[in-house]
Write a protein that binds this ligand. Structure first.
Ligand code: NAD
Length: 359
């Protein structure tokens, strides 16, 4: 069997530190029938330094020819004043565009023992397990016309265009329904159909796609209510399906329910299910090089890779359960705080997950 090719793009700051642990976990796991081949390439500030380009052609080529991409983080304060095209973050934005990664999946999960890390009451978020499926390449962020123009009389107005085609809605809806089948089989589609035509079409189209998934329960919710329900009673949700704008806001809200940025993975998928997997956090320059970054978000991103790119639900679950057991044992990196034991470093956390994988 041909090995699965994974492009490793560590990036900047703590990116290389946390990615190294996820790669060790993938190598140590012996997951199902999977064999991996890793190809590493620079991106972000690291690539700017070496090639004066945040996404050099060889990195794009490695990402294109890979079956999946494991990404760390980009961002380096040394480039803060550089022109836009020469900023590390452009590397990731261009990569998403070039690969057509239209579906962003962000789980918000609270692992047992970490309830206190949230600003919400433990009884509200205990056992929380939501998956946000957000459309990433359409909506008012890309719709034309847009701009700022002068009106008669001299006052200026800003304007944008919220737009979605039925095809764009259908493909993201299918991702949500398919994901729900692997979970609790419930999709809540978020819109503002009482006010916006784009949302009206969104609701009609999602309902239509839902007929192909009679085993998945579909509900619709207005975005303002969804924002409220997420803090009032977040456990009611299984999969939340959103457009780009609403998902941008709700996914940040949902991730903070868990209170720990170092724990949260994500996936961005194309039409064929090829994906880029990354922690939601950035390059954390304040702690880079200290060996204290939490690698779990990246390790959990590798679990998502097994689930969504390689159809290995068993492999993904093995990693997630190993992480849960490590946390149950009381081990904590410094960002998680509050543990009874002294905090463990990045490498030690990787070691603990690997030893749980084998237990
Ligand atoms: P950040 O996520 O890098 O850091 C925010 C805070 O969380 C910092 O105090 C940091 O130390 C802490 N933190 C983040 N990840 C952690 C981890 N794994 N373990 C322990 N602590 C962790 O966000 P920021 O400080 O706003 O941005 C820093 C740089 O990262 C910027 O250049 C920004 O543009 C970039 N960024 C990149 C991405 C990405 O690559 N996808 C995402 C967000 C920010």
């Amino acid at each position: 069997m041909k090995p699965a090719r994974i492009a490793i793009l560590p990036g900047d700051g703590i990116g290389p530190e946390v990615v190294a642990e996820a790669v060790r976990v993938l190598k140590a796991g012996a997951f199902d029938w999977l064999q991996f081949e890793f190809v590493e390439a620079p991106i972000g500030g690291a690539a700017l330094e070496a090639n004066d380009d945040p996404l050099p052609p060889r990195t794009l080529a490695a990402a294109r020819s890979a079956d999946a991409i494991l990404f760390g983080a980009v961002g380096d304060p040394r480039f803060d004043t550089a022109p836009r095209a020469k900023r590390p973050e452009q590397g990731l934005l261009r990569l998403r565009q070039e690969l057509g990664l239209f579906a962003n999946l962000r789980p918000a999960t609270v692992f047992p023992g970490l309830e206190a890390a949230s600003t919400l009451k433990p009884e509200v978020i205990e056992g929380l397990d939501i998956l946000i499926v957000r459309e990433l390449t359409g909506d008012i962020y890309f719709g034309l016309p847009r701009g700022i123009r002068a009106m008669p009389g001299g006052e200026r107005e800003g304007f944008g265009t919220m737009r979605y085609t039925e095809g764009e809605i259908r493909r993201i809806a299918r991702v949500a329904f398919e994901a729900a089948r692997r979970r609790a089989s419930r999709v809540c589609s978020v819109d503002k159909a009482n006010v916006l035509e784009t949302s009206q079409l969104w609701r009609e189209t999602v309902t239509e796609v839902g007929r192909d998934y009679p085993d998945v329960q579909l509900d619709h919710m207005y975005v303002d209510n969804a924002a409220m329900q997420l803090v009032r009673s977040p456990r009611q949700f299984d999969v939340l399906l959103t457009g780009n704008l609403f998902g941008d806001i709700l996914s940040d809200e949902a991730s903070m329910l868990t209170g720990s940025i170092g724990m949260l993975p994500s996936a961005s998928l194309d039409e064929a299910g090829k994906g880029l997997y990354e922690p939601i956090h950035g390059s954390a320059p304040d702690i880079a090089g200290k060996g204290i970054a939490n690698p779990l978000a990246t390790i959990l991103s590798a679990a998502m890779m097994l689930r969504y790119s390689f159809s290995s639900e068993a492999g993904a679950a093995r990693i997630e359960q190993a992480v849960a057991r490590v946390l149950r044992s009381g081990a904590r990196t410094a960002d998680l705080g509050g543990g009874a034991q002294a905090p463990v470093g990045t490498r030690a956390m990787g070691d603990l997950v690997i030893s749980e994988l084998h237990s």
